[in-house]
Write a new protein. Sequence first.
Length: 310
Amino acid sequence: MRTPLLELIRCPFCRASLGEEGDAYRCTGCGRTFGRTDDGIPLMLHEGLPGAPAKLREAEGWLERAQAEGWYEPNDTVDAVLPFVNQELGWNELNWLANGHSFQVLLDRYVEGSRGLRVLEVGAAKAWGSRFWLERDCEYVATDILTDPNIGLGRGAFYGDFARIQADGEHLPFADETFDLTYCVATLHHALDLPRMVREMARVTRPGGVVAGLNEGVRGVLRGSENPDQAGEKELGINEHVHSVWAYAAAFTRAGLVVRRLERPDGWPPRPYGRLLSKIPKIGMTLGTLTHLSAIRFAGVSIYARKRSA
Ligand SMILES: C[S@@+](CC[C@H](N)C(=O)[O-])C[C@H]1O[C@@H](n2cnc3c(N)ncnc32)[C@H](O)[C@@H]1O
Ligand SMILES: [Zn+2]
C-alpha cells in the first residue's frame, strides 16, 4: 500500500494540495513552488518557513559532525541492524540502547499485532525504523530536514521503497488526521519551538492515534538550559536544547494528547527518586519517572501518548 505522493503532501504554508510542474511542485493555493532532490525527495522545508535558515544550517552541521567523527560513510552491516547494534553487534552504546528499548516499547505496547497502519516519522534521518513498519505492511512516511544520501533520507533507499519527504516537524506538509501513528526519535529537542512540533505531530494524527517522542534529552528542574554535552553540536549550528520533563509533558497535554506512558528511554527503573511511586500499578512508572527526572542533572525521556478522540 502506498499513497501517491501528490495525494499525501500538502503545502506547509496554506495546506492546499500541490500539482507537479516539471521538476518541481506548485501549491494550488498560494502558488509557492517546492523542488525535489535528484532521487525524487520533495523539498518541503521551504526557505520562507519560520526558522528555515537555522534548520538548513543544522542539516549542514550534521554533515560536518559525521565527517569529523568518522560516521559519514554508510556501513551496511550496522545499518541493517539499527537500532539493535548492542544486541546484534556487541556494541555498548548507551544512545542506541535507549533508542532500541524505546522503539521496542512502541512496537510492543502501541502497535502490538496491528498491520497496515499509516505511520509518520519526524526526524527519521536514515529511516532505520522503516524495516519494522514495512514488515508489518504499514504505509511508512519518513521525514527529516536532512536529505543527504549517506546520513539523511537519501540513505533510506537501503531499506526499501517508501515515501521520503524533506519536511520541518514544526510545519508538517500533511493534512489533518492523516496518520494512525506519528513518532520521532531524539528529534523533539531539536525543535526551535517544542510545543509547535508536538502540536503538528498531533494535528496530522487521527483521533485515538498514537503520538510518541522517544529518547529526548531532559534536564532536572533546577538545572540551567545549557547541557555542556551539547556545546560541540551547537558550535556546528545543530539546534540542541534540553527541556525539563514537565515542558515535554505540558507540550503533549496542550496539544490534545493524553500521555499514557512516560519512562526513561533506556528502560532503567526511576532510581533513586520515584522508586516507590513506580510500584503503583498502571500509572506508577509515569509518576516515578516524573519524580526521578525532575531531580536528576541530565537524562532522557520517552513519552507515549494518544490523541483525544473527538
Ligand atoms: C539526533 S538525530 C536522530 C535521527 C534519527 N531519529 C535516529 O534516531 O537515528 C535528530 C534528527 O532530527 C532532525 N531534525 C532536526 N530539526 C528538525 C526539524 N525541525 N524537523 C524535522 N527534523 C529535524 C535532524 O536532521 C536529525 O536527523
Ligand atoms: Zn500554499
